[in-house]
Each structure stands twice: as C-alpha cells, then as structure tokens.
Design a protein around this ligand. Structure first.
Ligand SMILES: NC(=O)c1ccc[n+]([C@@H]2O[C@H](COP(=O)([O-])OP(=O)(O)OC[C@H]3O[C@@H](n4cnc5c(N)ncnc54)[C@H](O)[C@@H]3O)[C@@H](O)[C@H]2O)c1
Ligand SMILES: [Zn+2]
Length: 359
C-alpha cells in the first residue's frame, strides 16, 4: 500500500526488505542505526543492517525491554556510534522494539527520524502504525511515551515465516478487530486469507494485511492524537487489557486477550440488540480460527475487575466500551460492572465447544 499523507510511506510486500535502502531513504545522504532484539537480530535484523551499512544494537527480547534502562542503553549507544540528529534509527522487531526504538528516536537529541520494520504480524497491522511510542513503568504499561511518527514503515511478510505460530495467531486477532471496525474494507478478504494465515501459510497474505493496516492508518490519519475516533481501535481491548493484566503478562498474549475481548464485545452487542445473533456467530467463526486460545478457566472476575476499575479512574469515571454493530462499531458506551461480569463468565464457559456456540 502506498498513497498520500500519512500512509505515503507504508509499504507491505514480500521482498520489501531487499529494497530497504531505497524504502528507508529520506534525502539520499542518510546514516542508519538499527535497533532490534536478540531473537530478531540473527534472523532478520543483521541482514537489514548490512543492507543499510548500519551498526546494530540488540536488546533482550520481550516486554522487559520496554523500560528506562533500555532507553538509556540505546541513547548512549547511538551517541557512542557518533549518531547525529539528522540520522535515522531503524527499529527491526515486534511491537516491543518499535515502541522502544521509536521512543529512543523521539528523545535522542530532541528527536531523530525513525523507520519501523515490523517483524511480527501484530506490529505490521498495529504497533508500527500510528506514531505511539513508549515504555512501561512498574505502575503499568505504556505510561511513558510520545507520539512520534516513523518516516517510513517497511513490512515484509516473509519475516513471519520464523514467527512462533502462537504469536502469529494472536496477531490475527487485530486483523479480525480491524474487520469488525471496517467490515467494508476487510470482510471480503477474510474467507480466503484468514484460514490460510491461521494455519501458518503466508502465501498471498499481502492484501489482507494491507487492508488491516489501512484501517488503522485511516483512523489515525483522521485522529492523530486520539481525541475520539481513534478510540474505535480499542474494540475488544477494554476487557482484553484487564484479562491480560490479571492473567499476568505473558500468560495470555495481547492478541489472545483481544480475541477473548472481541468475543465478550459480541456477547454484549447481542444483548444490546446492536448486532443480530447470526452476524455475531459469523464473527465468532473467524475468531474460532485463532484457537487454540488459552482458556480462561483459571481467571476470576475478582482479579479482572480491579484492572477495569483502574482504566475507569484514568479516564475519569467511564471505561467507554466499544461494541460492534452492523457495519461498524459504537464508541463510548457505558457498560455496568455486572453486565461486564456476566459476559466474562460466559467466556469462561467455553472449553472445547466452538466459539459460535455462544450465540
Ligand atoms: N504503539 C502502538 O500503537 C502499539 C499497538 C499495539 C501493541 N503495541 C505494543 O507492542 C508490544 C507487543 O508486540 P509484539 O506482539 O510484536 O511482541 P514482541 O515485540 O515482544 O515480539 C514477540 C516475540 O517474537 C519475537 N519475534 C519478533 N519477530 C520475529 C520473527 N520475525 N521471527 C521470530 N521471532 C520474532 C520477539 O523477539 C519476541 O520474543 C507490546 O509492548 C504492546 O504494548 C504497541
Ligand atoms: Zn491491541
């Protein structure tokens, strides 16, 4: 996908990495610095660094790298390497690396350019788009950060071949989410592409991934600083985040929590007559393809509710749910705790049954 405005520099295609020097270029006199993680370094980032004649820094993999210590390590490394303000940081990795390296670019010498090279499906359709960068604190995720847009996003689905299948399926939850937000853009891609991708087959996946990315690109272009519209991207995330946090980070991958959150949103939509049962069942069929998902048997409402309450406190009183309706979503709905609890308990009843059986 290439076009005007914000998405002008979003490229997704098999073989894009071979062309990285060209795609990442700004003024022809660029110097690049690659930041990656230790998993991705030997698999993909070293080759990117070579193509860009760039030095590279590998942080430890995983969410633990989204902290101040990594920022200090990376900024000092850039200075040691002689980086200047007009040089470009290239983040090669999943959402952790695009978040932290984008933040490093934002704060080093008051702001360097950066290019995102997402290597997980989640980062290709979500984390690398939209300019949000940042790190976690002990008090919670993503509490320090800034909006700092990459000058280009270069996504090559070939890199997904080395991704853990569980991570791949989890990322697909964001694709289904994008389809629920903008059915007109994505719905007709799902029947052919989703079963293939869920089974780890990466052939002909460009269209569906580009369409999912475009949903976010379009929403962000209309609402760069999250004043309202952008909230629609949080579909499935209200309960999803709370379940992810309550389970203990890592036990339920973000996308897995979102998949369950989407099912809960479908349940609530049906209850509020926003969506006919048949349509909810159809979405549940897509989500069924993402299984096995860790089941929620061990999770108690008692542990989940405080995280919902914390969200509510941060947004001054209302959690503002997003629910699917026919043709899109409704944003900012009030859902009583008891109603949310009931939807959560319904999720827990699903063990070996297919998800559509809930509707
Ligand atoms: N900025 C945003 O708008 C935004 C949006 C969504 C999520 N996020 C953030 O993204 C992070 C999650 O991102 P993620 O799911 O990509 O996780 P991640 O970056 O931790 O990657 C998951 C794992 O896969 C490995 N990996 C990455 N690419 C690989 C490849 N091609 N082959 C083999 N292994 C590979 C990584 O080393 C890591 O171990 C969270 O911190 C979340 O807050 C940010
Ligand atoms: Zn998400």
């Amino acid at each position: 996908m290439q076009g005007g405005g914000l998405e002008a520099r979003y490229t997704l295609g098999h073989g894009a990495l071979v062309d990285i020097r060209n795609l990442a270029r700004t003024d022809g006199d660029d110097r690049f610095y690659v930041i990656t993680d230790e998993h991705v370094a030997p698999l993909w980032a070293d080759a990117v660094a070579e193509r860009l004649t760039a030095p590279r820094l590998a942080l430890p993999p995983g969410e633990e790298s989204k902290r101040w210590a990594s920022v200090e390590t990376a900024v000092r490394w850039l200075l040691e390497q002689g980086a200047e303000r007009r040089d470009t940081v290239v983040a090669v990795g999943g959402g952790v690396i695009t978040d932290v390296a984008g933040f490093v670019a934002a704060v080093t010498m008051r702001g360097m350019r950066w290019v995102a090279v997402p290597t997980t499906l989640l980062a290709m359709v979500d984390a690398a788009i939209g300019g949000k960068t940042g790190i976690d604190l002990a008090e919670g995720k993503n509490l320090v950060g800034t909006f700092w847009f990459p000058s280009a996003v270069v996504a090559d689905p070939a890199v997904l071949a080395t991704l853990d299948p569980r991570q791949l399926r989890a990322g697909l939850a964001e694709v289904v989410k994008a389809a629920m937000i903008a059915p007109a853009t994505l719905q007709h891609h799902l029947p052919a592409s989703l079963p293939r991708l869920a089974a780890g087959n990466l052939s002909e996946c460009e269209e569906v991934l580009t369409a999912a990315a475009k949903v976010k690109v379009d929403v962000v272009a209309r609402d760069e600083r999250e004043s309202g519209l952008r909230a629609s991207l949080n579909l499935g995330h209200t309960l999803g985040h709370a379940m992810e946090a309550a389970a203990g980070y890592g036990r339920l991958l973000h996308g897995e929590a979102v998949a369950w959150g989407l099912v809960a949103a479908l349940i609530l939509s049906c209850e509020r007559a926003l969506l006919p049962l048949a349509e909810a069942r159809r979405w549940a069929e897509w989500l069924e393809l993402l299984r096995p998902l860790p089941n929620l048997g061990g999770l108690r409402w008692h542990d989940v509710a405080p995280f919902l309450a914390r969200d509510k406190k941060r947004s001054r009183g209302s959690v503002g749910w997003i629910l699917p309706r026919v043709g899109g979503v409704v944003v900012g709905l009030e859902i009583a705790d008891e109603e949310a609890r009931q939807a959560f308990e319904r999720l827990k009843t699903v063990q070996d049954e297919p998800l559509p059986s809930l509707f």
